[in-house]
Design a protein around this ligand. Structure first.
Ligand SMILES: [Mn+2]
Length: 323
């Protein structure tokens, strides 16, 4: 059972977990796979259950096993591993979650650090947060062996070796046009210069500016897929992407399912024969048009439209509206 992009929507999360428990108990589903972006509500803080949702996913994994409950890393979770800030227009996503972390910080960040980027299935259906993008195609093996901790350690070592950090902080302030301490307080809930995490915003800035593996991962999680491309151009990228991920997979990967982008006409969208876009709540229009996918890994899938009968919904109102 595949669910994606809940963005702090606790009600949707509860519904999908309840549905999974039922399917799991009756033997109709063996795994619950979230495609990332479970956190960061677009709305008011009181409706944002981001942190609670992550805790519940961790608890569900502990209860049912790490192979039964799987969560992929989304572009809204990834910035917290590094301390990078994330905003969209006027909306700042990361500060609220950084403040909410509090004493849970180490546990939650360790959980995010361990999240995979992709799932490949015997059905030939690949699952990902954001879907095909050309920049990733030559770097499948690099992403497979990716270790966030190595990038962070590398940046820490570079900072430790510097004779004087003042020019680094000045560079940060020049680029961002704000005092470093103000930004560190605002974005990472750092208490002051003596906070052990004081340098983390600077470290994130250096990684984002200089690390090529980081840039590839960023593309993998933030891609806008077909937007800005020709239909034919995007078909070619999707084909090559699936081919690159087929090496070493349990079956040739022929179709990719991803979330990440709004589906303006309901809870899913057939992008092309290689790509199904799924919206389970926040990215569905309306929200109650959100869907999950019940993927049968024993049935080879050759084209994305074959998945349409496997879509389901947990929002009763919508089922009644269409009945
Ligand atoms: Mn996303």
């Amino acid at each position: 059972m595949v669910v994606t992009d809940l963005h702090g929507d606790g009600d949707a999360f509860d519904r999908y977990v309840a549905q999974f428990r039922q399917l799991y108990a009756s033997g109709e589903a063996q795994r619950l796979i979230f495609l990332g972006d479970l956190i960061h509500s677009y709305g008011a803080a009181r409706h944002d259950r981001s942190l609670e949702i992550l805790h519940q996913v961790m608890a569900l994994r502990a209860e049912l096993g790490p192979d039964t409950v799987i969560m992929l890393l989304g572009n809204h979770e990834m910035p917290h591993i590094y301390g990078v800030s994330l905003a969209k227009g006027e909306i700042e996503f990361t500060p609220r979650f950084e403040r909410a972390l509090g004493a849970d910080r180490a546990t939650v960040l360790a959980f995010l650090d361990g999240l995979p980027f992709y799932v490949r299935t015997a059905a030939g259906v690949m699952l990902s947060h954001a879907g095909p993008v050309s920049e990733v195609i030559p770097h499948v093996e690099m992403l497979r062996a990716f270790e966030h901790s190595a990038l962070l350690a590398q940046a820490d070592a570079a900072l430790a070796q510097a004779a004087d950090l003042a020019p680094y902080y000045e560079h940060y302030e020049q680029v961002h046009g704000a005092p470093y301490l103000d930004d560190a307080r605002h974005y990472l809930a750092v208490s002051g210069p003596s906070d052990p995490r004081y340098s983390h915003l600077l470290r994130a800035f250096l990684i984002a500016e200089q690390s090529r593996p980081f840039a590839v991962l960023w593309e993998a999680l933030f891609t806008q897929n077909e937007l800005g491309l020709t239909e034919y151009g995007y078909v070619q990228i999707a084909q090559q992407f699936l081919e690159a991920f087929s090496a070493g997979a349990p079956a040739p990967q022929r179709v990719i399912v991803s979330g990440h982008i709004v589906t303006p006409l309901g809870g899913y969208m057939l992008v092309n024969r290689y790509h199904l876009r799924l919206s389970s709540a926040a990215h569905a229009r309306p929200r109650e048009a959100g869907h999950y996918l019940l993927l049968d890994c024993a049935q080879p899938v050759r084209a994305a439209n074959e998945l349409l009968p496997a879509l389901g919904t947990v929002f009763a109102d919508l089922r009644e509206a269409f009945a």
